[in-house]
Design a protein around this ligand. Sequence first.
Ligand code: 7RM
Length: 651
Amino acid sequence: MAVEPLPEIEARFSEGQVFPPDPAFAAQANAKQELYEEAERDFEGFWARLARERLDWSKPFDTTLEWELPFAKWFVGGELNVAYNCVDRHVKAGLGDKVAYHWIGEPGDTRTITYADLQREVAKAANALKELGVQRGDRVAIYMPMVPELPIAMLACARLGAAHTVVFGGFSAEALAGRIEDAQATLLITADGGWRRGAELRLKPAADEALDRSPSVENVLVVRRLGGDTPMRAGRDHWWHELVDRQSEDCPPVPVDSEEMLYLLYTSGTTARPKGIVHTSAGYLLGTSFTHEMIFDVKPDDVYWCAADIGWVTGHSYIVYGPLANATTGVMYEGAPDTPAWDRWWQIIEDYKVSILYCAPTAIRAFMKQGESWPQKHDLSSMRVLGSVGEPINPEAWLWYQEHIGGGRTPVVDTWWQTETGMILISPLPGVTTTKPGSATFPFPGIEADVVDGEGHSVPLGGGGYLVLKRPWPAMLRGIYGDPERYKETYWSRFPGMYFAGDGAKRDEGGYYWLLGRVDDVMNVSGHRISTIEVESALVDHKSVAEAAVVGKNDPVTGQAIFAFVTLKAGIEGSDELGRELRQHVTTVIGPMCRPKFLMFSPDLPKTRSGKIMRRLLRDIAEGRALGDTTTLADETVVDTIRANTGSAEE
Ligand code: 7RM
C-alpha cells in the first residue's frame, strides 16, 4: 500500500521548571535507575526474570519471546490463570482480610470487599457463568456501571479462560450491538442501571434494544443496582442475586496458555466497523502489574485510586488487573466528581486516606476551573503520588495538580500509553526521574521508542516527528480481532518494522519526550506544522482559562487558520477584550505563528467518556458542516450549545 509522506512536525516547546526527585522519596522508592541498564543489556532476559518472579505459573514457559513481526508471542509454553494471580494467591499468602476495593456509590452507600470476599464472589460468578454454558474460549460482553460486580464479572471470565469485552455503560444500544456482533458474544452481563449526577441511569432498556439485534447472545445476567421495574425476558434474563448467590464458592481456576485471549476492547476506528483490540494473559498481567508497582510506587499499605471508568483501558489495566495482581487496596467510585458538590473526590481522599491518585488531565482542568477552595477544605496530606493519563497534560494543569492536590510535595507521573499498548510505556519513575511539567519524560525500562521523520529516520534530539516503538513489549496488543490485515496496515505499515502509535512527539535536548497529540489533529498554517497541545497549553497558561481546544479551519490564504475554543474559569465572563488578551498571550508565549485567528468562548468542550477532547467534532463546527460520528461523545448537548453560540470572533 502506498502511504502519503507526512510532513515533519515542528517543535516549539520551551522548557520551564524541573523537579528533581526528593531524596527522602528516592530512598524508599520501588524503582531504581539500575532497571534501565538491566533492561537495555538484555530486554528479553529482563522480562523473563520478572515473569518468573512475579507471576504464579501452573506450567513454566519455555521461550520468552517469539517475534514474527508484527506478531508477538510472550512466555510461550507457559500456563497460568489470571484470576488466580489476582485473587487466590493473595488469600493463600494470608492476605484474605486485606481490602481489595473500598467501593463508594454516588448516593453515599459503601461496600468493602476484601481479597477473601473477592475470591468467593469471583468463584460464585464463575460457577454461574458455567451454568449459563460459558466455556473456555467464549466471549462474554459486559455493559455495566461502576459497581463491584463489574471487576468480579471480568475475573469470573478470566477464571474460566473466557474472554470479556467490556462496553462503557454510557454507550448507546447501537454501539453495544456492534461490539457484541463483532465478538460473537454468547452472554451479556449488565445491570438495571447506576447513578450519575444524582439521577438514575437505566441501562437495561439500552441492553434490550441491543439484544434485539444480537442473535449470538443466549443469556443475560443482570445486576440489581437501582431496584424498581426492570423488564426481564423469561428464559433469557437472569438476576445476578438469584443465580450467582446460590452458587458454590468452590470453582477451580482453569489454567490457560500465556497467549490465551484475556479480553477484547473496542476502540472506534476510522471505518464504521469497530476495532477489537486483542489482549492476552501472561504478558499483559506482567506488564500491567510491574508498571503499576514501579510508576505509582505502590506499597502494601497504600490506598490507591484510579478514577477512570473500567470501560476504558485505563480501568482494565490500572483498576483491575495490575493493582489486583499486586494485592493493592483500591478505591472505586461510582459517580460524578461534582455530586453532590465539587469536593466529592477530596472528601473521598480524606475519608479513605488515599495516597495515590491516577486521573485524566480533563478532570484536573475541570477542578482548576472550579478553583482551589474545593480541595483546600480537605485534609489531603495522605497523598504520595499523583498520576495523569489520557491526553497531554498542560504544564499549568500539572503544576496546579502538584500544588493543590499534592501539597507541593508529591511526584507527578504523566503516563503515556494506549488501548493497544496495554501498559504504560512512557512515564517518569518516581524517585528516579527528574520531571518537567508537560513531559511524559522517558520510555519505561525495556521499551524502545523513537521519534522519526516521514521516512522513518530518527529525528535528532530537539526535533519533532512521529512516535514509534521499535521492539515488542509483553502487554502489547496481539492483533485486531478477526482481522490480521487491518492490524498490519493500521499499526505496522506506515514505518516498516515499527509500531506507529498515531501520535506526534518531540524530544528536547535532554531526550525528554513531549507528546504532541494525534497526528490527525496537527494544523498546517502557512506551511508550519503546529500541534494543538502547544497552542492549548499557551492558552491554559493564562490565569482566566480553564481549558482550551484548538483546530485548523480551512483558510484561503494560509491553508489553515487556528480556531480556538476556550473555557474560562468559574466566575469569569468572555469578552472581545479578553479575546484580544488571550491572542496576545499566545503570541508572547509561543509566537505570532500560533496566534488564533478565530476564538470562541465555550462553557464546555465535546469529549469522549474517557475525557479526550474530540477535535474532529470541533473541526466540523468550525467549518460549519454536519457533525461526523458522535457515538463516543460523553454529553451530546455540548455540541448544540457550542453551535448555538454566535460569539466567535474573527481577528
Ligand atoms: C491510556 C489511553 C490513547 C491515546 C494516545 C494519546 C493519548 C494517552 C497520554 C496521551 C499525551 C499522555 N488509552 N494519550 N496518554 N497523550 N500524554 N500521558 O488513553 O487508547 O484511550 O488513548 O491517548 O494520543 O495515543 S486510549
